[in-house]
Design a protein around this ligand. Structure first.
Ligand code: MN3
Length: 372
């Protein structure tokens, strides 16, 4: 099988390469990254990848100067990598809503996409479902991979609901969130992830996005999706059938498993994970999320209920505020305060086009600047 990877230098991208190395039967035709050109070049050498691409056009000549591979650049480069005729599967693991165009083009060209990027589904998932109803997306996000695996062989009409699990983040047991520092936030307990998603896990915004992702991926209404806090992160999500039977997918928390399943699907292969030892785990706990303390989760439900351009507005507002928090320019609580206000004030479009979504994102940028 031949694949291309958009976002090979990020956290999921690096794990994808480990899985490719382990599986042995996959050829990588192209990889794309951002600013880490040295790593991109090293990856291309190690895996014998003929085409490399940086998402930043201004880095094009620098990339050309350090590699003898074919070099592509910018959004055109990403789109080309997403639609290479010889490629069967495209892994999209870059961050941010800019992954949308490669995703859209890959699906239009009937590629199967192993998707780890959330923002593109949250912001543009409604458009994808409307315009490319037959789209083939295999989720890489661990919760959605779990649901996808549980749904195999089931009739969606016999599913009563989806139960998404959440680790609860580092502040689950903290009452006062006003003095939280960046360092505390980035010390996430169970999963090893990028910075943006680590902050989103601490605010539970990540779980809110995942509710929206589930609505998009499985075409199921939000009221059928429940979030349960499960600190051990062993159950990665569940589905409940109309007869009350519940199916769950369990493993140690390691992104290499959902990545591998997305690559080998519909087959399974021996993985790099060690088998679950239930006596070592001892206990699996479950709690109701605190919607008052983490209002962004509640907001995500409201937003997907109304849908339209609101999920895109939510995602953009959160992206900007999390970046400000990472740069030390705003507090932890500012993230939720500002995001809530921006979403409340947003001009609502019920059935947005691609340009409506882009306009909404621009509006968010300007609105947050006005508030500074
Ligand atoms: Mn997840």
């Amino acid at each position: 099988m031949k694949i291309s990877i958009i976002g090979s230098t990020g956290s999921i991208g690096k794990n994808t390469l480990k899985v490719v190395e382990h599986l042995r039967n996959i050829e990588i035709e192209a990889i794309a990254g951002g600013r880490n050109l040295t790593l991109l070049q090293e990856q291309a050498e190690t895996f014998g990848v003929p085409i490399v691409c940086t998402a930043f056009p201004e880095l094009c000549s620098e990339l050309k100067s350090i590699t003898n591979k074919k070099v592509l650049c910018g959004i055109e480069g990403l789109n080309e990598i997403a639609t290479l005729p010889c490629v069967d599967k495209v892994v999209i693991s870059s961050a941010g809503a800019s992954a949308f165009f490669p995703l859209y083009n890959a699906l239009k060209n009937k590629k199967t996409v192993a998707l780890a990027n959330k923002e593109s589904l949250v912001a543009y998932g409604g458009i994808l479902n409307r315009e490319i109803p037959e789209r083939k997306i295999i989720p890489v996000d661990s919760e959605h991979s779990a649901v996808f695996q549980c749904l195999e062989g089931k009739n969606i009409n016999e599913v009563r609901g989806i139960i998404l699990t959440a680790s609860g983040g580092p502040f689950r047991d903290r009452n006062d969130l006003s003095k939280i520092t960046l360092d505390e936030t980035l010390a996430h307990p169970t999963w090893d992830m990028g910075k943006k998603i680590t902050v989103d896990s601490a605010t539970l915004m990540n779980k809110g996005f995942e509710v929206i992702e589930a609505v998009r991926l499985f075409r199921i209404p939000p009221e059928k999706i429940e979030v349960v806090i499960h600190p051990q992160s062993i159950i990665h999500s569940m589905i409940e059938m109309i007869d009350t039977s519940v199916f769950a997918q369990l493993s140690y928390p390691d992104m290499k498993l959902p990545i591998q399943f997305a690559l080998t699907y519909p087959k399974r292969k021996v993985s790099l994970l060690k088998p679950l030892d239930f006596t070592e785990i001892e206990k699996l706990e479950f709690f109701t999320p605190d919607f008052e303390k983490f209002p962004l989760l509640k907001l995500a439900y409201k937003v997907i209920e109304k849908d339209g351009n609101l999920p895109a507005i939510l995602a953009k507002a959160d992206e900007i505020m999390v970046n400000k928090f990472l740069e030390g320019k705003s507090s932890f609580l500012d993230i939720q305060k500002t995001v809530i206000k921006v979403v409340e004030k947003a001009p609502y479009v019920k059935e947005p086009s691609i340009s409506d979504i882009q306009e909404a994102e621009k509006w968010v940028e300007e609105e947050i600047k006005r508030r500074e």
